[in-house]
Design a protein around this ligand. Structure first.
Ligand code: XIL
Length: 584
């Protein structure tokens, strides 16, 4: 149900997107801290400490600071918590959160606003690193939820030791002003300028979206599409059976629509980030099918006509013994392998116009055993008339610590893989691309990274059935990499200060060439050199329909190149049209 407060809030977001300066200079009604005791001169009250039974912490005032002394900690951040209850949070209001913190041993902690009880929804969540010297941490975030009794929590986790906090402030503030965005592209054209040929997308995680105006400026300045990184995962969107939490996805989708961007639904049926009620509950085949249908009906049904692509099933194939086959998951084990067919049929029924994807990793390279098994699966589905339109090649790659390429794809084999899907009438999207670097980061590794970004984008541009290229995150500021892969980082196009890396420039070089059928088209960019960012690229914009930029004045020579590129472009579009029709 869309409540009137969530409707107002969506309107607020649309206004913000359309009129950022006006919107972001609105002042808050009052700027008083919601925290009643944040300085801890004598007592910690009304703050409280919590541990699951087997863990032990004592929370007390030590030298005018609130300190947790952990004797026995757990494995998870949330095994040891310090919190404050009954914060009145207003939807659509920005809050500044400020505190100082230290720890006698180096450790990461998280802080959040959100629910204190299951499903423990996070309204805003950030992970930070503490050191022995007290540091002040500042965040401003846009609160999406109306809640008169929200909690603020520090999740301090496992390692025994002493963690101290002081000077805690949570106060309403005016929204930050979004600076106007200028693309760093040396061609003068942002990634989205080529959307008539290929749509460039990224993943957006809600905490970053809510707290980083500079990230959102790049999002709308560079990309023509995005995928929610987490908000549609089942543990978030259906944390309690039958209760759907649309707040984050509604806000992200409203933002996409206000900025004329496409939205990629991700994922409908996945075994990871599943809610506890589903993992721990007892469901026989029929009950599990009912759960799956209810989830698909609710998500696809709510957004019919607004979400053109859905990752219907995510990561269903894995190594089973010596071969690749159906992964043992809650879905497979309770329903059987036909859960995939059933999911696609149901999604098609609910939104007949949405394109339906099977999405997975390590399936990009032809000849890879998993890639070959997934091709077999998809081909079999097509043969039996199961409504599958596209395959999502996730594209998570890595450069080893010593700079080695064992974690990098062979671009020719990726091209061959795209081609065999074309032959069976199935489209391809690169859905989650990133190239993480084994530490330390060096200029050489960054050049290798740039080369891989460019090669795979080029493969997608050249393949008539590859329509989208989505990178899994814009910058290193909100990367999933460091917390998932120890000793890896710097996987994305922009660094933690939002500066474009060589990979970004390699990307724009590849786009500037506008090739068709492997032939070089317009522009004189350096694609193929593998040294993105080496120097300015002189490009001639195309005039393909759907391009969102005004062509710049051009010289006679480049005018001929433009004519040539346009013809090639038309040929490419024509081929795409044919293969789209073939997909049907
Ligand atoms: C990742 C998110 O980016 C992280 O924020 C989250 O903690 C874990 O999941 N394959 C997928 C994505 O299909 O949903 C995953 O996203 C990355 C791997």
């Amino acid at each position: 149900m869309v409540t009137s407060s969530s409707k107002n809030f969506i309107f607020h977001l649309i206004r913000c997107a359309a009129l950022p300066v006006v919107c972001f200079s609105v002042s808050p009604a009052s700027a008083q801290s919601l925290v009643t005791n944040g300085t801890f001169e004598e007592a910690i009250d009304p703050w409280w400490g919590y541990t699951a039974e087997e863990f032990i912490q004592t929370v007390d005032v030590l030298e005018g600071r609130m300190c947790s002394t952990i004797e026995v900690g757990g494995e998870n951040y949330w095994d040891v918590i310090i919190g404050l209850s009954d914060l009145a949070l207003v939807a659509g209001q920005n809050y500044r959160i400020s505190f100082s913190a230290s720890s006698d041993v180096d450790r990461s902690i998280r802080f959040k606003t959100g629910l204190g009880d299951a499903p423990y929804t996070d309204y805003f969540l950030r992970t930070i690193k503490l050191t022995a010297t007290p540091q002040t941490f500042e965040s401003t975030y846009l609160n999406l939820r109306e809640d008169a009794v929200a909690q603020f929590q520090f999740h301090i986790g496992g390692t025994p030791g002493v963690v101290c906090f002081d000077d805690i402030i949570i106060e309403p503030v005016a929204a930050p002003i979004v600076p106007p965005y200028t693309t760093p592209s040396l061609t003068g054209h942002a990634l989205k300028d080529y959307k008539a040929i290929i749509k460039m997308g990224t993943a957006v995680d809600t905490p970053t979206f809510l707290s980083q105006p500079a990230h959102n400026a790049i999002l709308t300045g560079e990309f023509s599409m995005f995928t929610p990184a987490n908000s549609m995962k089942m543990n978030i969107i259906q944390g309690t059976q039958g209760v759907f939490d649309w707040v984050e996805t509604d806000a992200l989708l409203a933002f996409a629509e206000a900025n004329a961007m496409e939205f990629h639904g991700h994922p409908l049926v996945w075994h990871t980030q599943a809610p506890a009620w589903l993992e721990d509950g007892e469901f026989d085949r029929d009950a599990m099918i009912a759960v799956m249908y209810a989830h698909i009906d609710a998500l696809v049904g709510r957004y019919v006509g607004r979400i053109p692509y859905w990752d219907v099933v995510n990561e269903a194939i894995d190594k089973v013994g010596e071969v690749y086959d159906f992964r043992s998951t809650i879905w497979h084990d309770r329903i059987g392998p036909d859960f995939i067919d059933l999911a696609f049929q149901r999604a098609r029924l609910v939104d007949p116009n949405a394109l339906l994807l099977y999405n997975d990793y390590n399936i990009e390279v032809m000849g890879n055993a998993k890639a070959d098994r997934v091709f077999e699966l998809v081909k079999d589905m097509k043969t039996r008339g199961i409504p599958i339109d596209q395959v999502g090649f996730q594209g998570h790659w890595y450069i080893t610590e010593d700079g080695g390429s064992s974690g990098l794809p062979d671009a020719a084999a990726v091209r061959a893989n795209m081609a065999r899907y074309e032959e069976i009438g199935v489209g391809v999207q690169i859905t989650e691309f990133d190239v993480r670097i084994g530490l330390p980061i060096t200029p050489e590794k960054q050049q290798t990274q740039a080369r891989v970004y460019q090669e795979i984008l080029q493969a997608c541009i050249d393949a008539p059935n590859c329509s989208h290229f989505t990178v899994w995150g814009i910058s290193d500021i909100d990367s999933w990499v460091p917390s998932t892969f120890e000793n890896f980082d710097s996987a994305h196009l922009f660094d933690a200060s939002f500066v474009a890396k060589p990979a970004y420039h390699a990307f724009t070089n590849a786009l500037a060439l506008l090739p068709a059928d492997g032939t070089v088209g317009a522009g004189t960019g350096g694609a193929g050199s593998g040294t993105g960012g080496a120097g300015p690229v002189v490009t001639t914009p195309t005039t393909k329909s759907g391009c969102s930029y005004e062509p710049r004045p051009i010289s006679a020579a480049s005018g001929w190149r433009l004519v040539f590129a346009s013809l090639l472009g038309l040929a490419l579009l024509f081929r795409r049209g044919l293969s789209a029709r073939a997909r049907g």
